[in-house]
Design a protein around this ligand. Sequence first.
Ligand code: CMX
Length: 133
Amino acid sequence: MLRKIDHIGIAVHSVEEVKSFFLKIFDLKPVFEESVQDQQVKVVGFKLGESNIEFLEPTSPESPVAKFLEKRGQGMHHLSVEVQDIEQTIATLKSQRIQLIDEKAKIGAEGKKIAFLHPKSTFGILLELSQKI
Ligand code: CMX
């Protein structure tokens, strides 16, 4: 069901600062940069081997990332795992009574299908399912 780590999401105040840091220190440029309206975030992604590291800056005070920054400050926000069939995975989790945040997949960065599980049911980690389309 789980294929690999798709990305690690990190909440930050400024993705521009992150871009400057990665370029200066690691000579690394982002592989994508976009705004995800639905999630109210600006995302900058760097490729590290088979997985990405994504930095998330809130674009609205209502963004879940804005709330996270306010409560916890900058840091690891979520772990994203790639699945082959997100609808099937959601159905399996539902049947096991795992607490889901999204019962239907949404469209996230890079046009991938995504759905979140609640950290209360996943050992305190916000887990994201992700499927390439
Ligand atoms: N990781 C781990 N735990 C988290 C968390 C996170 N990122 N965000 C919140 N929590 C914990 C809180 O600490 C809290 O725990 P306690 O009750 O022990 O204090 C609990 O979850 C509930 O938190 P809350 O503050 O009452 O709830 P919020 O209103 O902050 O909502 C959450 C939390 C996870 C339901 C919400 O952030 C959400 O729906 N997230 C999914 C969408 C998302 O994060 N989108 C941004 C990224 C999009 C992208 O990658 O494109």
